[in-house]
Design a protein around this ligand. Structure first.
Ligand code: PMP
Length: 419
């Protein structure tokens, strides 16, 4: 059939042949034009509150290193010992020949920490979501998702055969109405037409820093026989006793079927995990594709994660310091006149409006010795561009004062706060 609106022929490349990927250059040019192009800054130092970027020493407000564990001596030592004893790679996927005693030990300590029957680790928090959701849901199920859930939850849902519905962000009443409709439609006796209704939410939303209304979500789910899955990537190490997460924070033990956590943020290393029942773990081992088809963590990663979980329990002063720094930083930014959105966690967005202002602000902060990155569309809506900041347990009062001074200076310069 003739195409009335044919795609233009690829432009010729250097050898005179058509260059099939030429459209990528056009896309990049369009991103730059709209201030949406994000160059990566290259660090030449370790992660931490002070980093070296482009030959400058800067105070970093850009990492997810909540407790400063990326460079903690106990984690370094654990990793080095694991390299000495077990080498650098695990050699295979877990089910073939890649399960080390270290992997099993990490999982059993994590299960105790989370107060669940079992736990399974994945290569990242991202693969935990894309592994779990399509494995436990199918055509006969329904997934109910918060509108602002993380990309990895969205991708997990895309990989599932289950239909999905989205409720407005954090709106428990809307969720309840939706569950009522879903759970009672179709069957004359009023029983649920679905094998499983899975309600999925971030525990802490990664761009706005607000905490999910988990008690309301759990009550609504229980009323209609649905299961709850919470992704605690930004709650791990931040909320709950010793950083056990949002379920512990709200006292909802035993009422949330699936808890996802990350080992890449507060725990300071890399990885994701699923905490829940033994059956959940067992079925994931048999079926979850990132688990079955991708190599397991190297020994040093598993050992450092294990040590990270222990440090969180041995050094509660880290989480206290994280929260003291967070409260001070937020209060001062508000006093200066900045809009810090709806955050109630260490993720503090500083609202800029359009992407160009966010980029200018970040560049000016950089010149003042502060590393704080802009977050723009499509990660957040076009008019909600922001500088996303996270203070950590490793920031000193002096570092925070210096960062606040820079925000005040640049804020006045760009007319975001009053002189
Ligand atoms: N879930 C949420 C809510 C996140 O914010 C993130 C990280 N941005 C992830 C999952 C992915 O975690 P990881 O970096 O361990 O892959």
């Amino acid at each position: 059939m003739a195409d009335s609106n044919p795609t233009p022929a690829p432009k010729p490349g250097p050898a005179g042949r058509p260059e099939p990927l030429a459209f990528l250059g056009d896309e990049l040019a369009a991103l730059r034009e709209r201030n949406l192009y994000r160059p990566m800054r290259v660090m030449s130092s370790a992660q931490g509150p002070i980093v070296s970027v482009d030959n400058a020493r800067l105070i970093s407000l850009s990492s997810n290193d909540y407790l400063g564990l990326t460079h903690h001596p106990r984690l370094r030592e654990a990793a080095l010992n694991a390299v000495r004893d077990f080498g650098v790679g695990s050699g295979a996927v877990r089910t073939i020949a890649g399960t080390l005693a270290l992997h099993e030990q990490l999982e059993s300590e994590l299960a105790v920490f989370k107060g669940t029957e079992a736990c399974l680790t994945f290569q990242s928090g991202f693969t935990a979501n894309t592994g779990v959701i399509p494995t436990i849901t199918g055509e006969t199920d329904l997934i109910v998702s918060d509108a602002l859930n993380h990309a990895s939850i969205i991708d997990g849902m895309r990989l599932s055969r289950a239909p999905r519905v989205v409720y407005p962000h954090a709106d428990v009443e809307a969720l309840r109405a939706l569950l009522q409709e879903a759970a009672t439609k179709g069957r004359p006796d009023g029983s649920s037409p679905y094998r499983l209704i899975l309600v999925v939410t971030d525990g802490v939303f990664s761009m706005d820093g607000d905490i999910a209304p988990l008690p309301g979500i759990v009550e609504a789910a229980e009323a209609f026989g649905a299961a709850v899955m919470v992704d605690d990537a930004h709650a791990s190490g931040v909320l709950g006793r010793n950083g056990r997460g949002s379920v512990d924070h709200f006292g909802l033990e035993g009422r949330v079927a699936i808890q996802i956590g990350t080992l890449s943020k507060a725990v300071g290393v890399l990885g994701g995990y699923v905490a829940g029942s033994q059956d959940l773990r067992d079925i994931l081992v048999q079926r979850a594709r990132p688990f079955l088809f991708s190599t397991s963590h190297p020994p040093a990663v598993a050992a450092a994660c294990l040590e990270g979980i222990r440090v969180m329990q041995d050094e509660p002063e880290l989480i206290e310091r994280l929260w003291a720094n967070t409260r001070r930083f937020k209060a001062e930014l508000t006093r200066l006149g900045f809009d810090t959105g709806r955050s109630d966690t260490p993720i503090t967005p500083v609202m800029m409006g359009d992407p160009a202002t966010a980029a200018r602000f970040s560049n000016r902060l950089f010149a003042e010795g502060i590393f704080a990155q802009p977050v723009v569309f499509p990660t957040v809506p076009m008019d909600r561009s922001r500088i996303r900041t996270i203070v950590t347990a490793a920031h000193t009062d002096q570092m925070l004062d210096q960062a606040l001074e820079a925000f005040a200076l640049v804020g006045r310069e760009l007319g975001l706060v009053r002189p």
